[in-house]
Ligand binder design. Structure first.
Ligand code: ZN
Length: 436
């Protein structure tokens, strides 16, 4: 009963994120093209997103921005003239980045252009061919098995032309120039958990942070996977020293527990905070894994010449669940209450990032007299006053300029919020000073 207001909030925020996913689901996104622009424009109705266009052919480190791809229509018709595959009904049916084609071919020839998942015969796979020119369709293995010999008409109305790669950026200015980076990919077509859940949670997290007065500045990136983060990094090298903490977020809408993949640094503050938080809050129903050089855009943020403190927060990770990169990653697979829970986790993590300062005790020779500073009186009547008392002693004792609040939390086994509150009181009483 105690969390009734939270229940209301959960339903509302969860439902609004889910509604955003419903709106974005039908759009055919890719690493370039109008699908990404349309997606960013819809996000822009929630937060003031800046759209950045990088021209085809631009060098971005070892890569080059590819030609822009746009898809208008695609289908396969059988000999009777019936559409057996229709891009307009499900955009996963078209091989993403498929070149145009219009011809009549035999079943044998058609089969060379079809992609299925034999071990999941009901599902349509998601396949791409960004850097090799070909055309193709994706369908279920069951449908492939049912195709009869005969002539088929294949039609792909796409264009692959000089244009741009588009990404979205939202910068929230905080008290300091130091930044928290939140990055999510926007390049998958009709897939909900893999890309739309990250988009929805990032959009609402940005909206909430923009209503506060944060100490850090926050940069939200909505970018096409791989080439988008490479493009952003190559254009923003001078900003990189300001990025103190970061997260790549996606896969946040299903029922599984959270997984945090550490940054390449392994012991960055964001690694320590997220590991501590998930274990404390979700215990065995969460896990932290070491950095590995595959996955999402943390691969670029954590390449050795960039090496930012950026980890990756998901529920079940990349490639580990049966719905991954298939037509089953749909509107039934993600749930409003899970989106809300993910948003809440991120809000609480950002709150810890904001508060996790390192302090120095200004009265380090023996304990200061707390009573004469009114610190006992301020605590009177609280049910947790004994723990608060302990928290004050821990913060005073450990604030030597080396330990941050999380270190003190781990040594004392006292809740982070109480330790942070104790530090705030001691700072007000001029017994502590922040070390920046
Ligand atoms: Zn993916």
């Amino acid at each position: 009963m105690i969390d009734q207001p939270d229940n209301r909030e959960r339903q509302e925020a969860g439902q609004r994120m889910y509604d955003l996913i419903v709106e974005l689901y039908p759009i055919c996104r890719s690493i370039t093209g109008n699908g990404v622009r349309e997606t960013l424009e819809i996000i822009g109705k929630h937060i003031p997103l800046q759209l950045v266009e990088v021209p085809t052919g631009t060098r971005v480190f070892d890569w080059e921005i590819p030609r822009e791809w746009n898809a208008r229509d695609a289908f396969i018709k059988n000999a009777a003239g019936d559409k057996i595959i229709d891009f307009k009904k499900l955009n996963l049916h078209l091989l993403n980045y498929s070149i145009p084609v219009h011809q009549k071919i035999s079943l044998g020839e058609l089969k060379q252009h079809l992609y299925t998942i034999p071990e999941k015969p009901d599902l349509v796979p998601y396949r791409t061919s960004y850097y090799q020119e070909r055309w193709g369709f994706c369908m279920s293995q069951n449908q492939l098995d049912s195709l009869e010999d005969g002539e088929y008409e294949v039609y792909v109305d796409t264009s692959l032309e000089k244009g741009h790669l588009t990404y979205g950026e939202y910068y929230i200015r905080g008290e300091t120039d130091d930044e928290v980076l939140i990055s999510t990919h926007v390049c998958h077509p009709s897939l909900c958990n893999d890309n739309l859940s990250g988009i929805a949670v990032a959009t609402f997290l940005a909206g909430e942070i923009s209503k506060t007065s944060p100490r850090y500045s926050y940069r939200f990136l909505f970018i096409p996977g791989t080439i988008g983060s490479i493009a952003w990094l190559s254009r923003n090298e001078s900003r990189l020293p300001h990025i103190k903490h970061g997260l790549v977020i996606t896969l946040l809408g299903d029922d599984s527990g959270f997984t945090y993949k550490c940054s390449r640094q392994g012991d960055a503050t964001i690694d320590r905070i997220t590991t501590y938080y998930l274990r404390k809050r979700f215990k065995e129903n969460s896990k932290t894994i070491d950095f590995i050089p595959y996955g999402y855009d943390e691969r670029q943020y954590c390449s050795p010449g960039i090496n930012l403190p950026v980890g990756c927060l998901t529920r079940n990770p990349y490639g580990t669940f049966p719905e991954y990169h298939t037509s089953a990653d749909n509107l039934q697979f993600v749930k409003p209450e899970r989106l809300y829970e993910s948003l809440k986790v991120l809000r609480e993590l950002m709150d810890m990032v904001e508060k996790n300062d390192t302090y120095i005790n200004l009265n380090p020779k023996c304990e200061p007299q707390l009573g004469k500073r009114g610190l006992y009186d301020k605590l009177g009547g609280r049910s947790d006053s004994k723990t608060m008392q302990l928290a004050i002693l821990w913060v005073l004792n450990q604030s030597d300029g080396d330990n941050d609040l999380l270190d003190i939390v781990q040594k004392s086994d006292i809740d982070f919020q109480l330790i942070a509150e104790a530090a705030e009181k001691l700072k007000e009483s001029k017994l502590l000073k922040t070390v920046r």
